[in-house]
Write a protein that binds this ligand. Structure first.
Ligand code: TXA
Ligand code: MG
Length: 347
């Protein structure tokens, strides 16, 4: 199929520009669209055949459930069980919607099981990106959308990233410029006693705790070796990864830099194409590509997946990466780095 590209002119009426893509959704097609976190690949959440096209286009396994996107609080009613949105969940969405927060709630029987991979819960979020909002609003239905990348590749933060992975496999892409945050939404399960963080993201644990009190953090978020129950198979280990093998060097200060310099030199000696991704300072080793992802957590999150994709374009064999602290957005950044890592070294 031919993938149509619609470039948004933000100075003009956005709703009118997304009309054709909304029509594609209503007709059972697939459209990639920008959100404030990453680009999503959308289909009508109530149309099982349309949602099946998402899984096929991405080569995504059927046991990895999708997030359903809404443009108004009224849309949530059709997705969840009556009463599922309790006082705490309501407080959270009032505080953070529209925005990068996904809440897991008991699902209504109207949501086809392909969307939730057979789980009796559904993940829902209201994105804050004006193009996403206008697009869902015009479509008039909730839109199921995972990140618009091929399975296991880094999430796309630009329309060009979507096309690299999915050109010819989806009906259309709405090009609304760069996704601002750069890492996916925070996912919080509100179906149990205490809220449970399933994926750190654009809204921080600190922000959530300020609204609903203590939050449990799923052990798999910090521990790559975690082998216990997953709640969602989509939380499985390797994810978001560049083609080359990523080696994450954990630790602090000078020791990390020295370890990276040593490891990079050894890999170069083996004839590998080597890159170093850094956060705190430029780490230069003769013969290796040196790339500073960003200077603060906002910048690092914004440029992380772009950096992975750039390493793919440059055919890098091995990438050495340093860490950031785990406060604020850092928890999401470190979670993605650990998931992408083939190996974790302690300096
Ligand atoms: O920022 C985002 O959340 C982006 C944009 C497009 O909104 N979407 C995104 O979707 O990151 P995706 O498919 O890449 O990640 C969805 C993850 C699944 O892998 C799974 O871990 C979790 O959401 N999930 C979905 N439904 C769930 C459920 N009912 N219970 C637990 N986890 C669920
Ligand atoms: Mg994804």
């Amino acid at each position: 199929m031919q993938t149509l590209v619609f470039k948004i002119d933000a100075s003009k009426d956005v709703a009118a520009q997304v009309d054709r893509c909304a029509a594609i959704i209503k007709a059972g097609g697939t459209v990639a669209f920008p959100t404030e976190t990453v680009y999503g690949l959308g289909a009508n959440a109530f149309d099982a055949a349309a949602v099946a096209k998402i899984f096929a286009a991405k080569k995504r396994p059927a046991d990895d459930p999708l997030i359903v996107h809404v443009s108004g609080i009224g849309m949530v009613d059709g997705l969840v069980k009556p009463g599922a949105m309790d006082a705490r969940a309501r407080a959270l969405v009032q505080a953070f919607w529209p925005g990068p927060l996904t809440v897991v709630l008991q699902k209504s029987s109207r949501v086809p099981s392909i969307v939730t991979s057979g789980l009796d819960t559904v993940a829902v979020r209201m994105p804050s990106h004006p193009v996403a909002m206008a697009f869902i609003d015009r479509a008039g239905v909730p839109i199921a959308a995972p990140s618009a990348n091929l399975f296991e590749r880094p999430s796309p933060t630009k329309a060009s990233h979507v096309l690299v992975d999915l050109d010819g496999r989806i009906d259309a892409v709405i090009d609304g410029g760069d996704a601002t945050i750069g890492v996916e939404s925070t996912i919080i399960d509100m179906t149990r006693g205490r809220p449970l963080l399933l994926r750190p993201g654009g809204i921080t644990v600190e922000q959530i705790e300020a609204v609903v009190g203590p939050v449990d953090i799923h052990p798999s978020i910090k521990d790559k070796q975690y082998k216990g129950p997953m709640l969602s198979p989509g939380m499985k280990a390797r994810h978001y990864a560049p083609d080359g093998s990523l080696v994450l060097v954990e630790g602090t200060g000078e020791r990390v830099i020295q370890a990276i310099e040593k490891l990079a030199a050894a890999a170069l000696k083996d004839g590998k194409r080597v890159a170093i991704l850094s956060c705190t300072a430029d780490i230069a080793v003769a013969g290796a590509i040196s790339h500073r992802i960003g200077r603060d957590q906002e910048q690092i999150a914004h440029h992380l997946y772009e950096a992975f994709r750039e390493m793919n374009d440059r055919h890098v064999d091995v990438i050495f990466t340093e860490c950031t602290t785990e406060d604020g957005l850092g928890l999401a950044i470190m979670n993605r780095l650990r998931k992408a890592a083939e190996r974790i070294v302690h300096a």
